[in-house]
Design a protein around this ligand. Structure first.
Ligand code: ADP
Ligand code: MG
Length: 252
């Protein structure tokens, strides 16, 4: 791979909140164009935090975060705005606006960008809602939808501006296994069309592992594994092995 294919680079990234051990301690990670990367790790180990660092929503204490060649550590708000335009983010709790319709929610990133006419935005929203299986739900509010439908709406919003990078934080949290499979199918379809970098986090290790091409495990501030999803259950690291297999016996 050439250096120019690197989309996100983390080097020595460290982050702690006062009075507690560091959540990230010298994390190095290089993500290339077109990759589908999955991140797993115990609850509260800092997975969502890592996403927020990559979008510049939370500053690192030390180390570098570079997104498409732009150093975002300590960058000004204007620079960060430009970087965030390249990233579509599905938040763990969807973060849909309750007071807006589904169509308005999905249109939000395009409206904010400010370079498209209303007709064009409406057309794109209509297409995107159709693509995620939500045609006809335009005028509903998030509260009127099921959990799976809300996720679809949030996925539509994360991807509508065709960002180079899409981050999915727990795309299937709280969904049943069939809905989970359907969501992963949808993410796969969207990615096949677009081909950008995908960074996905999930507590559902099995489902995530089937979808991604590369997987990482975060534990006590370090990436304990970074590699082949098929081989992770046989990792030589007992912490990784136990976590992935869900064994009762072991170091965890
Ligand atoms: N802005 C913040 N201030 C203080 N603590 C935080 C902040 N953001 C996250 N944390 C804490 O960091 C830990 C890791 O959070 P998170 O990244 O959400 O974990 P997860 O791996 O489950 O996604 C949690 O204990 C959380 O409470
Ligand atoms: Mg999280």
């Amino acid at each position: 791979m050439t250096a120019s294919a690197t989309v996100i680079e983390l080097a020595g990234v460290t982050k702690r909140f006062s009075g507690r051990p560091p959540l990230l301690e010298g994390v190095d990670l290089r993500l290339e164009k077109g990759e589908i990367f999955g991140l797993i790790g115990p609850a509260a180990c800092g997975k969502s935090l890592l996403c927020k660092l990559m979008c510049g929503l939370v500053p690192a204490d030390a180390g570098r975060v570079v997104v498409e060649g732009v150093e975002i550590t300590g960058a000004r708000e204007r620079t960060l705005f430009g970087v965030r335009q390249k990233i579509g983010m599905l938040f763990q709790n969807n973060a849909l606006f309750d007071f807006m319709t589904i169509a308005e929610n999905v249109a939000f990133p395009l409206v904010r960008r400010g370079d498209l006419q209303t007709d064009e935005i409406d057309a794109r929203v209509y297409d995107r809602l159709k693509a995620v299986g939500l045609a006809g739900s335009e005028k509903k509010t998030p509260n009127e939808l099921s959990g799976g439908m809300r996720k679809r709406a949030a996925i539509a919003r994360a991807t509508i501006a065709e960002p180079d990078i899409v981050i999915y934080d727990e795309p299937t949290a709280g969904l049943d296994p069939v809905t989970t499979s359907k969501i992963y199918d949808l993410l796969g379809e969207l990615q096949a069309k677009r081909g950008g970098l995908v960074f996905a986090i999930s507590s559902d290790v099995e489902a995530l592992r089937r979808w991604v091409r590369r997987i990482g495990m975060l534990y006590r501030g370090q990436l304990r594994y970074d590699g082949d999803p098929a081989a992770i259950a046989d990792s030589s690291d007992p912490v990784v092995r136990q976590f992935v297999r869900g064994d009762l016996e072991g170091p965890l």
